[in-house]
Design a binder for this molecule. Structure first.
Ligand code: FE2
Length: 343
């Protein structure tokens, strides 16, 4: 799975297998960072000689991105079918849910494929199903970094896949409304948590932990959430993980009433707005771990130039270093330059 290499043998696009920490204990590069020339230079400056990278010769479940995309497009159809069947009163097909769960677990063997898939444009009417798959990707990432046991990671993923089940009962014209929602309309959408719970509560095969997430993924640490106004102490780790993943995906997705935030704007806003109402430790895990996977992404800057992210400093993930031609622009030192779009 992992291979130790001298940094002179690191190649572009190798993926770091574990965190690189300085002799003073500060994080230099997180696990998952994609290696490039800039990073190799940086490691040399820190006196790092050897690193562990993912062994690219290992057997791959998904040989290329096309096969990955095809599989997850099928999974979108499957989750859509599963959710609609449950709404119609059928029992949950657990075998099918388990198969999708296994795909989500192995998906992170190829983080570049996951990141690419998360950018996929989809029909707005299918938003709920893509959202559930996206939230399961983020939840799997958080759960694995929390080092939850394998069975619990599966539970988190399944809870994420089903968390918005109740949305299937909400009229699409309400979910896709461009104009500001009235109080009554917003209250109707909020009911999806209870609708979902009502549908699954008598299904003995569905774990109580999953039923709780369906009911509680909009509860907040400071009791400001719905439907019950519970406090952080009353929420399970599963609910906390899915809540964070849910909010991040909502912020970074295009919606009929607003455009998606870039991940870097979302990191900034996410930490600020969620300080009191989401579990900040989980927010920090998601943002720090996810940020490393944006290395290598092409971006459009507000000065019109197109660049490529070469380094994301762990202490300031919202301000990456971007290469433009042969120059490097460190956004943490340029107040007037920012990323306005991921390409
Ligand atoms: Fe929801």
């Amino acid at each position: 799975m992992k291979k130790k290499v001298h940094i002179s043998q690191c190649a572009e696009l190798d993926i770091l297998f574990e965190d690189i920490v300085s002799q003073y204990g500060t994080l230099i590069l997180p696990k998952g960072a994609v290696i490039n020339e800039y990073i190799i230079q940086k490691l040399k400056e820190f006196g790092i000689e050897y690193v562990y990278i993912f062994d690219r010769n290992r057997e791959k479940i998904f040989p290329d991105y096309e096969s990955f995309e095809e599989r997850f497009d099928e999974n979108i159809d499957k989750i859509k079918y599963l959710m609609n069947e449950i709404i119609r009163g059928k029992k949950l097909d657990y075998n099918e849910l388990n198969r999708i769960t296994d795909d989500v677990i192995v998906a992170w063997d190829n983080p570049e494929y996951v990141m690419n898939y998360l950018k996929k444009i989809h029909d707005k009417d299918d938003y709920t199903y893509y959202h559930c798959i996206n939230v399961s990707f983020y939840s799997a990432l958080i759960a694995s970094y929390l080092k939850l046991p394998k069975e619990e990671i599966k539970t988190v993923i399944q809870a994420a896949l089903l968390h918005d089940l109740g949305k299937v009962k909400i009229p699409l014209e309400l979910l896709n409304k461009k104009e500001k929602l009235t109080v009554e309309e917003f209250n109707e959408i909020k009911k999806h948590a209870v609708y979902g719970y009502e549908i699954v509560k008598n299904d003995d095969e569905i774990l109580d932990a999953i039923k709780d997430v369906i009911l509680m993924h909009h509860e907040r640490e400071d009791k400001s959430g719905y439907p019950l106004g519970l406090s952080g102490e009353e929420l399970s780790i599963y609910s906390k993980i899915v809540s964070v993943a849910d909010v991040y995906d909502a912020m970074t997705s295009n919606r009929p009433y607003r455009k998606a935030l870039t991940p870097f704007d979302a990191f900034n806003e996410f930490v600020n707005i969620s300080r009191n109402n989401l579990d900040i430790r989980i927010v920090n895990i998601l943002t720090s771990r996810l940020s490393s996977y944006y290395t290598g992404s092409q971006v459009l800057l507000n000065n019109g130039e197109v660049g490529r992210i070469v380094y994301i400093p762990p202490h300031c993930i919202q301000k990456p270093v971007v290469s433009i031609g042969k120059d490097f622009v460190d956004l943490s030192k340029e107040d007037n330059i920012s990323i306005i779009k991921m390409i």
